[in-house]
Design a protein around this ligand. Sequence first.
Ligand SMILES: N[C@@H](CCC(=O)N[C@@H](CS)C(=O)NCC(=O)O)C(=O)O
Length: 208
Amino acid sequence: MAELEIVGVPFSNYVRSVRMLCEEKGAAYKLVPSLPQSPEVVAIHPAGQIPVMRHGDVALFESKAIATYIDRTFPGPKFIPDEPVAQAQVEQWVSYGNVKVDRWIMREFVVPSVFFDKAKGPDTARITASLPEIEKCCKVLDAAVAKTGHLVGTSLTYADMNVIPMLATLQNFPAGKEIVAKYPALAAYVTNVTGRPSYTNTAPPPRK
Ligand SMILES: N[C@@H](CCC(=O)N[C@@H](CS)C(=O)NCC(=O)O)C(=O)O
């Protein structure tokens, strides 16, 4: 079989989600550490985003499409179930993760907290405005994982792998940690999933 290549830098949450899937399935892969908008990435993703994937003649962009391909192509346990309701629920939580959780945690809170014009300082109004929206997301996710400790069914699926890097990143910030701590089922969920080898083995190297 051709070598599976995940192209993207390891500190990207979406790259990490796809790598977690490979680790959980026991699918061997090579990480090709390319930045967004690099020629290698633009050759596959029309918007230059990471991750992209190469596997023999197959090239794909968008993390969920990549995850579906890997889950169906490689042997090992399935993390996107075949059963139609569970499969649709994975889609549902991946979409919610991408449209709401990524938006409020990453785009409106983490990115403006970390990357800002040094002369101007961070946009505190924007960051503060994200907090009630992050709290809404955490409330929704807390209720969803309260019964089984997972978003779908009773075991880990790609829906969990999609959202966990975002929630773990949130906890690196005192305001984010404070919000997660208000939701005990969510806090336990983050602790459990981030304790898995698939998460710890995909940790990005420390930033310089
Ligand atoms: N919907 C895309 C989102 C990917 C995404 O946002 N990737 C970020 C890194 S985590 C990126 O490439 N950002 C740079 C850019 O948008 O130019 C997916 O699921 O793959």
